[in-house]
Write a protein that binds this ligand. Structure first.
Ligand code: GTP
Ligand code: MG
Length: 219
């Protein structure tokens, strides 16, 4: 297996909290839900976290804990603490992904929607490999009730040639790609959102879709 991603960018506080306490204890103590941000290189992980955080806090202030933000869903607000925003190109291995994945209540997995929609074999295989890895970790642990709620987040849709004329068609193409379709079946209660982080407007739309998915995941 290829050495994997990671940068523990935002959220040193979150990392310590998520790894040092069980997620239930962490949520009880902090009122925040542990969230792992995973995915390949340059897919927009840090950009989205920054967007969500700054909407809440305005410009970052000194000493402000990184990686904390809230979103509002139709079922109420959810406060998150990002346990990991792991870089996609170097650093630690999938063992580190696994640790964060299993310690989190929510996992947002990022991939390139434009490439998957066009059937790019490398990106499609990567998504399949990651989904299978997630599934394997959950099966091996054997605690379905503790499994994280997963959202597959396809970004860079704007880089698809059809995005300007028909963005919904790009989302449909992602949805109908086998690796994604099977991923949604394999991962319990997983959701898919597709969009872009090129502009603030795009980020707002993507956030809205994430909020809608979260509302469906809240029981
Ligand atoms: N056009 C376009 N650019 C994007 C999108 N998402 C991210 N980018 C750009 O891609 C670059 C990398 O974004 P990051 O948010 O740092 O990506 P990351 O996933 O955190 O990357 P690593 O931490 O290095 O793995 C930045 O220049 C972003 O502006 C998108 O949806 N569309
Ligand atoms: Mg990053």
């Amino acid at each position: 297996m290829m050495p994997a991603p990671l940068l523990i960018a935002a959220g040193v506080v979150g990392v310590v909290a998520a790894v040092g306490m069980t997620r239930a204890v962490m949520a009880a103590v902090t009122g925040r839900r542990p969230l792992a941000i995973l995915g390949g290189a340059s897919v927009g992980k840090s950009n989205l976290v920054r967007y969500l955080r700054q909407r809440e806090f305005g410009p970052l202030e000194e000493n402000e804990p990184p990686g904390r933000f809230s979103v509002t869903t139709s079922k109420g607000p959810i406060k998150f603490a990002v346990s990991s925003d792991l870089r996609g190109d170097d650093g630690p291995t999938y063992a580190v992904w696994k640790k964060h994945f299993l310690a989190s209540e929510y996992v947002w997995y990022f991939f390139r929607a434009d490439l998957v929609a066009q059937g790019n074999a490398v990106e499609v295989d990567r998504v399949k490999m990651h989904v299978d890895m997630f599934k394997g970790w959950m099966i091996k642990r054997g605690k379905p009730k503790a499994d994280p709620k997963i959202i597959l987040i396809g970004t860079w849709a704007d880089a698809h040639p059809d995005y300007q004329s028909d963005p919904a068609a790009v989302a449909r193409a992602v949805d109908s790609e086998n690796a994604v379709k099977l991923g949604l079946l394999k991962l319990p209660d997983a959701r898919l959102v597709v969009g872009s982080l090129r502009t603030e407007r795009d980020a707002g739309q993507l956030t809205k879709r994430i909020e809608e998915s979260l509302a469906l995941q809240i029981v």
